[in-house]
Design a protein around this ligand. Sequence first.
Ligand SMILES: O=C(O)c1cc(=O)[nH]c(=O)n1[C@@H]1O[C@H](COP(=O)(O)O)[C@@H](O)[C@H]1O
Length: 243
Amino acid sequence: MRRYEPIVAIDVASEKEALALMDTLKDSGEANHDMPILKIGMELYYGVGQEMVKQAKARGFRIFLDLKLYDIPNTVRRAMAAIGRLGVDFTTIHAAGGSEMLKAGLEGLRQGAQEAHVEPAQLLAITQLTSIDEQILHEQQHVDLSLIESVQNYARLADECGLAGVVCSAQEIAAIREVTRDDFLCVTPGIRPAHYQKDDQKRIVTPFQAHQLGSNAIVVGRPITQSADPVAAYQTIRREFIG
Ligand SMILES: O=C(O)c1cc(=O)[nH]c(=O)n1[C@@H]1O[C@H](COP(=O)(O)O)[C@@H](O)[C@H]1O
């Protein structure tokens, strides 16, 4: 089973904070291939822009550009083409947009990458956010599905549409593996080291539990970025996850 290095979510507002974190994390691997994958999300991308992708690439990071697209198929196709041209490694789209939107997104991403002569990113579908629990789920939907059934359905749909994998909680991996192809990726945020506060996350596991449950990659933000020593925090989490 393929396991990636931990993905660190650089959720900060300014270019200065982002560059400081990149420079700190650049040396956090115990060898070159141990470098974290950086996740650039909405806060940094909307606040600062594409420059952050360029800066992260210049430092040798692989990049997860997490913009969670969700719109009509034509808009998503065209936006994904722009993401494809950036040459990032992973990117996201909401499974809730349905098969037509997912396929349009994948098409756009591949087309953009082809135009820019870069490898297309691995497209991951958001299932149910890890900040959602059964109670919140039932505020938003009229269908009487349990959270795990909903995640499983979204994963099946993403697989059928040809996506590389999903973003989910590690708690749902076993259910997802029942309905998807063998190399389908389960990328799991909602990671909390033992005794760390939950914050706004609901469906959490420790890095070691994520390992045991078969996560392909963990996404970790605050437990690393808000640590007094982000490098030490990264290395501890990495060892727990990779083994
Ligand atoms: O797509 C994501 O990365 C994502 C999906 C999800 O279901 N839950 C989730 O927390 N995330 C992201 O993962 C990161 C988690 O950050 P921390 O809670 O600080 O570890 C944030 O950047 C979230 O945007």
